[in-house]
Design a protein around this ligand. Structure first.
Ligand code: SME
Length: 312
Protein backbone atom coordinates (compact mmCIF):
# COMPACT_ATOMS: atom_id res chain seq x y z
CA UNK A 1 0.00 0.00 0.00
CA UNK A 2 1.08 3.56 -0.69
CA UNK A 3 0.11 6.95 0.70
CA UNK A 4 -0.43 10.37 -0.91
CA UNK A 5 -1.84 13.63 0.46
CA UNK A 6 -4.14 15.62 -1.81
CA UNK A 7 -5.42 19.15 -1.23
CA UNK A 8 -8.43 19.64 -3.50
CA UNK A 9 -10.49 22.50 -2.06
CA UNK A 10 -13.19 21.67 0.48
CA UNK A 11 -12.22 18.23 1.79
CA UNK A 12 -15.81 17.02 2.20
CA UNK A 13 -16.40 16.57 -1.54
CA UNK A 14 -12.79 15.65 -2.27
CA UNK A 15 -12.89 12.75 0.16
CA UNK A 16 -16.14 11.43 -1.28
CA UNK A 17 -14.78 11.64 -4.83
CA UNK A 18 -11.47 9.89 -4.09
CA UNK A 19 -13.06 7.19 -1.95
CA UNK A 20 -15.17 6.09 -4.95
CA UNK A 21 -12.07 4.91 -6.84
CA UNK A 22 -11.17 1.22 -6.99
CA UNK A 23 -7.80 0.78 -5.29
CA UNK A 24 -8.39 3.57 -2.76
CA UNK A 25 -8.32 1.59 0.48
CA UNK A 26 -8.62 4.36 3.05
CA UNK A 27 -9.18 8.12 3.18
CA UNK A 28 -8.87 10.58 6.04
CA UNK A 29 -9.45 14.34 5.95
CA UNK A 30 -7.23 16.78 7.80
CA UNK A 31 -4.89 19.74 7.53
CA UNK A 32 -1.50 19.65 5.84
CA UNK A 33 1.62 21.75 5.44
CA UNK A 34 0.81 24.51 7.93
CA UNK A 35 2.69 26.37 10.63
CA UNK A 36 0.98 25.64 13.95
CA UNK A 37 0.53 22.56 16.13
CA UNK A 38 -2.68 20.57 16.50
CA UNK A 39 -4.79 22.99 14.43
CA UNK A 40 -8.56 22.87 14.88
CA UNK A 41 -11.05 23.38 12.05
CA UNK A 42 -11.91 26.80 13.52
CA UNK A 43 -8.27 27.88 13.56
CA UNK A 44 -7.70 26.72 9.99
CA UNK A 45 -10.91 28.52 8.99
CA UNK A 46 -9.35 31.87 10.04
CA UNK A 47 -6.93 31.29 7.13
CA UNK A 48 -3.91 32.33 9.21
CA UNK A 49 -2.38 28.92 9.99
CA UNK A 50 -0.97 28.08 6.57
CA UNK A 51 -2.83 24.76 6.48
CA UNK A 52 -4.59 23.36 3.43
CA UNK A 53 -7.64 21.12 3.74
CA UNK A 54 -6.16 17.80 2.62
CA UNK A 55 -7.15 14.19 2.10
CA UNK A 56 -4.80 11.40 3.16
CA UNK A 57 -5.20 8.64 0.60
CA UNK A 58 -4.02 5.06 1.19
CA UNK A 59 -4.08 3.20 -2.10
CA UNK A 60 -3.06 -0.06 -3.72
CA UNK A 61 -0.76 0.80 -6.66
CA UNK A 62 -1.43 -2.58 -8.26
CA UNK A 63 -5.08 -1.62 -8.69
CA UNK A 64 -4.70 2.15 -8.99
CA UNK A 65 -1.26 3.27 -10.18
CA UNK A 66 0.02 6.54 -8.69
CA UNK A 67 -0.21 8.31 -12.06
CA UNK A 68 -3.84 7.33 -12.51
CA UNK A 69 -4.74 8.49 -9.00
CA UNK A 70 -3.18 11.89 -9.68
CA UNK A 71 -4.87 12.18 -13.09
CA UNK A 72 -8.21 11.43 -11.44
CA UNK A 73 -7.42 14.04 -8.76
CA UNK A 74 -6.86 16.64 -11.50
CA UNK A 75 -10.33 15.90 -12.89
CA UNK A 76 -11.79 17.06 -9.56
CA UNK A 77 -10.05 20.46 -9.35
CA UNK A 78 -9.59 23.66 -11.30
CA UNK A 79 -5.78 23.47 -11.51
CA UNK A 80 -5.39 27.10 -12.58
CA UNK A 81 -7.42 28.64 -9.77
CA UNK A 82 -5.37 30.25 -6.99
CA UNK A 83 -6.70 29.69 -3.46
CA UNK A 84 -10.20 29.04 -4.70
CA UNK A 85 -12.20 25.93 -5.64
CA UNK A 86 -15.88 26.45 -6.42
CA UNK A 87 -17.28 28.98 -3.96
CA UNK A 88 -14.63 28.21 -1.37
CA UNK A 89 -11.92 30.82 -1.09
CA UNK A 90 -8.78 31.08 1.03
CA UNK A 91 -5.31 29.57 1.30
CA UNK A 92 -6.91 26.62 3.14
CA UNK A 93 -8.64 25.73 -0.16
CA UNK A 94 -5.49 25.81 -2.26
CA UNK A 95 -4.66 22.73 -4.28
CA UNK A 96 -1.61 20.57 -3.75
CA UNK A 97 -0.05 17.14 -4.02
CA UNK A 98 2.08 16.34 -0.96
CA UNK A 99 4.18 13.20 -1.15
CA UNK A 100 5.76 11.09 1.58
CA UNK A 101 7.94 9.02 -0.71
CA UNK A 102 10.57 11.05 -2.62
CA UNK A 103 10.76 8.20 -5.14
CA UNK A 104 7.30 9.24 -6.34
CA UNK A 105 8.54 12.66 -7.46
CA UNK A 106 9.56 11.81 -11.06
CA UNK A 107 6.17 10.18 -11.77
CA UNK A 108 4.34 13.10 -10.12
CA UNK A 109 6.35 15.63 -12.14
CA UNK A 110 5.48 13.77 -15.33
CA UNK A 111 1.74 13.95 -14.59
CA UNK A 112 2.04 17.65 -13.67
CA UNK A 113 3.78 18.32 -17.00
CA UNK A 114 0.99 16.50 -18.85
CA UNK A 115 -1.68 18.48 -17.00
CA UNK A 116 0.12 21.78 -17.56
CA UNK A 117 0.26 21.11 -21.29
CA UNK A 118 -3.45 20.29 -21.23
CA UNK A 119 -4.30 23.46 -19.27
CA UNK A 120 -2.05 25.62 -21.45
CA UNK A 121 -0.96 27.78 -18.49
CA UNK A 122 1.15 27.41 -15.33
CA UNK A 123 -0.59 25.24 -12.74
CA UNK A 124 -1.60 26.68 -9.37
CA UNK A 125 -1.26 23.22 -7.81
CA UNK A 126 1.56 22.76 -5.29
CA UNK A 127 3.87 19.76 -5.60
CA UNK A 128 5.76 19.44 -2.33
CA UNK A 129 6.89 16.92 0.26
CA UNK A 130 4.42 16.50 3.11
CA UNK A 131 5.54 18.70 6.01
CA UNK A 132 2.84 17.83 8.53
CA UNK A 133 -0.72 16.48 8.67
CA UNK A 134 -3.28 16.63 11.45
CA UNK A 135 -6.55 14.70 11.01
CA UNK A 136 -9.73 16.76 11.37
CA UNK A 137 -12.17 15.68 14.05
CA UNK A 138 -14.57 12.79 13.50
CA UNK A 139 -17.51 14.96 12.37
CA UNK A 140 -15.54 15.87 9.22
CA UNK A 141 -14.58 12.28 8.32
CA UNK A 142 -16.83 10.83 5.59
CA UNK A 143 -18.89 13.98 6.00
CA UNK A 144 -21.08 13.45 2.92
CA UNK A 145 -21.79 9.83 3.91
CA UNK A 146 -23.00 11.10 7.28
CA UNK A 147 -24.78 14.12 5.75
CA UNK A 148 -25.98 13.05 2.28
CA UNK A 149 -27.53 16.44 1.47
CA UNK A 150 -24.58 18.37 2.92
CA UNK A 151 -22.67 21.15 1.21
CA UNK A 152 -20.48 20.04 -1.67
CA UNK A 153 -18.61 22.23 -4.17
CA UNK A 154 -18.30 19.31 -6.62
CA UNK A 155 -21.09 18.49 -9.11
CA UNK A 156 -22.91 15.19 -8.78
CA UNK A 157 -21.85 14.29 -12.33
CA UNK A 158 -18.25 14.11 -11.13
CA UNK A 159 -19.11 11.31 -8.71
CA UNK A 160 -20.84 9.49 -11.57
CA UNK A 161 -17.71 9.96 -13.66
CA UNK A 162 -15.47 8.54 -10.89
CA UNK A 163 -17.69 5.47 -10.50
CA UNK A 164 -17.92 4.75 -14.21
CA UNK A 165 -14.31 5.57 -15.05
CA UNK A 166 -12.22 4.12 -12.24
CA UNK A 167 -14.67 2.86 -9.61
CA UNK A 168 -16.72 0.13 -11.32
CA UNK A 169 -15.97 -2.59 -8.81
CA UNK A 170 -16.77 -0.44 -5.79
CA UNK A 171 -19.98 0.70 -7.45
CA UNK A 172 -21.07 -2.91 -8.04
CA UNK A 173 -20.43 -3.80 -4.40
CA UNK A 174 -22.24 -0.67 -3.18
CA UNK A 175 -25.29 -1.66 -5.23
CA UNK A 176 -25.15 -5.09 -3.57
CA UNK A 177 -24.97 -3.41 -0.14
CA UNK A 178 -28.09 -1.35 -0.86
CA UNK A 179 -29.96 -4.36 -2.21
CA UNK A 180 -29.06 -6.53 0.79
CA UNK A 181 -29.82 -3.81 3.30
CA UNK A 182 -33.42 -3.69 2.07
CA UNK A 183 -33.76 -7.46 1.49
CA UNK A 184 -32.51 -8.31 4.99
CA UNK A 185 -34.40 -5.61 6.86
CA UNK A 186 -36.04 -7.18 9.90
CA UNK A 187 -34.61 -10.67 9.18
CA UNK A 188 -32.63 -12.00 12.12
CA UNK A 189 -32.06 -15.66 11.20
CA UNK A 190 -28.35 -16.05 10.38
CA UNK A 191 -28.89 -18.74 7.72
CA UNK A 192 -31.41 -16.54 5.90
CA UNK A 193 -28.97 -13.62 6.03
CA UNK A 194 -26.06 -15.70 4.73
CA UNK A 195 -28.21 -17.36 2.04
CA UNK A 196 -29.46 -14.05 0.62
CA UNK A 197 -25.96 -12.57 0.76
CA UNK A 198 -24.48 -15.50 -1.18
CA UNK A 199 -27.28 -15.31 -3.76
CA UNK A 200 -27.04 -11.57 -4.38
CA UNK A 201 -23.22 -11.50 -4.55
CA UNK A 202 -23.15 -14.57 -6.82
CA UNK A 203 -25.79 -13.27 -9.22
CA UNK A 204 -24.63 -9.66 -9.40
CA UNK A 205 -20.90 -10.37 -9.69
CA UNK A 206 -21.16 -13.51 -11.83
CA UNK A 207 -18.74 -15.58 -9.77
CA UNK A 208 -18.19 -19.34 -10.18
CA UNK A 209 -18.85 -20.27 -6.55
CA UNK A 210 -20.02 -18.05 -3.68
CA UNK A 211 -20.80 -19.34 -0.23
CA UNK A 212 -20.27 -19.65 3.47
CA UNK A 213 -18.59 -22.22 5.66
CA UNK A 214 -19.76 -22.03 9.29
CA UNK A 215 -17.55 -22.80 12.28
CA UNK A 216 -18.78 -26.01 13.93
CA UNK A 217 -16.45 -27.24 16.69
CA UNK A 218 -12.99 -27.70 15.21
CA UNK A 219 -14.02 -27.58 11.55
CA UNK A 220 -15.82 -25.52 8.94
CA UNK A 221 -19.12 -26.88 7.67
CA UNK A 222 -20.52 -26.07 4.21
CA UNK A 223 -23.42 -23.74 3.53
CA UNK A 224 -25.39 -21.80 2.56
CA UNK A 225 -23.86 -21.42 -0.91
CA UNK A 226 -24.46 -20.82 -4.64
CA UNK A 227 -22.68 -22.81 -7.33
CA UNK A 228 -21.44 -26.33 -8.00
CA UNK A 229 -21.13 -29.16 -5.45
CA UNK A 230 -18.41 -28.41 -2.88
CA UNK A 231 -16.42 -30.06 -0.07
CA UNK A 232 -18.48 -30.33 3.12
CA UNK A 233 -15.84 -30.37 5.89
CA UNK A 234 -12.72 -28.17 6.15
CA UNK A 235 -10.45 -28.61 9.21
CA UNK A 236 -9.13 -25.63 11.23
CA UNK A 237 -6.02 -24.21 9.54
CA UNK A 238 -6.49 -26.22 6.33
CA UNK A 239 -6.98 -24.82 2.83
CA UNK A 240 -7.63 -21.13 2.19
CA UNK A 241 -10.82 -21.22 4.27
CA UNK A 242 -9.29 -22.91 7.31
CA UNK A 243 -6.28 -20.57 7.14
CA UNK A 244 -8.48 -17.44 6.98
CA UNK A 245 -10.34 -18.78 10.05
CA UNK A 246 -7.13 -19.62 11.95
CA UNK A 247 -5.44 -16.30 11.14
CA UNK A 248 -8.68 -14.30 11.44
CA UNK A 249 -7.98 -12.34 8.25
CA UNK A 250 -9.06 -11.99 4.65
CA UNK A 251 -6.97 -13.99 2.19
CA UNK A 252 -6.77 -13.16 -1.53
CA UNK A 253 -5.39 -15.99 -3.66
CA UNK A 254 -4.64 -14.80 -7.23
CA UNK A 255 -3.61 -18.30 -8.32
CA UNK A 256 -4.83 -21.30 -6.32
CA UNK A 257 -1.96 -23.45 -7.57
CA UNK A 258 0.47 -21.13 -5.79
CA UNK A 259 -1.31 -21.44 -2.42
CA UNK A 260 0.19 -24.28 -0.37
CA UNK A 261 -2.54 -26.54 0.99
CA UNK A 262 -5.31 -25.17 -1.21
CA UNK A 263 -8.29 -27.53 -1.19
CA UNK A 264 -9.57 -28.09 -4.74
CA UNK A 265 -13.31 -28.75 -4.48
CA UNK A 266 -13.51 -28.08 -8.21
CA UNK A 267 -10.70 -28.26 -10.75
CA UNK A 268 -12.24 -25.25 -12.52
CA UNK A 269 -11.46 -22.86 -9.68
CA UNK A 270 -8.41 -20.71 -10.51
CA UNK A 271 -8.51 -17.83 -7.99
CA UNK A 272 -10.22 -17.28 -4.69
CA UNK A 273 -10.96 -14.88 -1.83
CA UNK A 274 -11.94 -15.84 1.72
CA UNK A 275 -13.31 -13.24 4.17
CA UNK A 276 -14.02 -14.02 7.83
CA UNK A 277 -17.47 -13.29 9.26
CA UNK A 278 -17.02 -12.22 12.88
CA UNK A 279 -19.21 -11.95 15.93
CA UNK A 280 -17.59 -9.94 18.75
CA UNK A 281 -14.21 -10.38 17.05
CA UNK A 282 -14.51 -14.18 16.88
CA UNK A 283 -14.71 -15.91 13.49
CA UNK A 284 -18.12 -17.64 13.24
CA UNK A 285 -18.03 -18.35 9.48
CA UNK A 286 -16.09 -17.50 6.33
CA UNK A 287 -17.33 -16.24 2.98
CA UNK A 288 -15.51 -18.07 0.18
CA UNK A 289 -15.67 -16.92 -3.44
CA UNK A 290 -14.11 -18.75 -6.38
CA UNK A 291 -13.44 -17.68 -9.94
CA UNK A 292 -12.58 -19.72 -13.03
CA UNK A 293 -9.94 -17.16 -13.98
CA UNK A 294 -6.70 -16.27 -12.21
CA UNK A 295 -6.28 -12.86 -10.60
CA UNK A 296 -9.99 -12.05 -10.25
CA UNK A 297 -9.77 -10.69 -6.69
CA UNK A 298 -7.74 -7.80 -5.27
CA UNK A 299 -7.66 -5.37 -2.35
CA UNK A 300 -10.89 -3.69 -3.54
CA UNK A 301 -12.81 -6.99 -3.28
CA UNK A 302 -11.30 -7.52 0.17
CA UNK A 303 -12.27 -4.02 1.33
CA UNK A 304 -15.81 -4.14 -0.04
CA UNK A 305 -16.58 -7.73 1.05
CA UNK A 306 -15.37 -6.94 4.58
CA UNK A 307 -17.73 -3.94 4.56
CA UNK A 308 -20.55 -6.12 3.26
CA UNK A 309 -20.09 -8.77 5.94
CA UNK A 310 -20.56 -6.10 8.61
CA UNK A 311 -24.21 -5.83 7.53
CA UNK A 312 -24.67 -9.64 7.44
N1 SME B 1 -10.75 -23.87 -1.98
C1 SME B 1 -11.22 -23.79 -0.63
C2 SME B 1 -12.21 -24.88 -0.32
C3 SME B 1 -13.62 -24.49 -0.56
S1 SME B 1 -14.08 -24.48 -2.18
O1 SME B 1 -13.27 -23.48 -2.91
C4 SME B 1 -15.68 -24.10 -2.36
C5 SME B 1 -10.06 -23.85 0.35
O2 SME B 1 -8.92 -24.10 -0.04
O3 SME B 1 -10.29 -23.60 1.53
Amino acid sequence: MKELYLAAGCFWGGEKYLSLLDGVIETEVGFANGNTENPTYREVYTDTTGYAETIRVVFDPEVLPLEKLVRMYFRSIDPLSVNRQGEDEGTRYRTGVYYVDAEDLPALKAVFAEEEAKAGAPLAVELLPLKNFYPADESHQDYLEKNPGGYCHLPFALFEFASSEAGKKKRAYREIEDMLASLLEGETDPVVRMAETAAVVHERMGFFWTGFYRVRGDELLLGPFQGPVACIHIPFGKGVCGTAWKENRTIVVPDVEAFPGHIACSSRSRSEIVVPLREKGQVVAVLDIDSTETGTFDSTDALMLERLLRIV
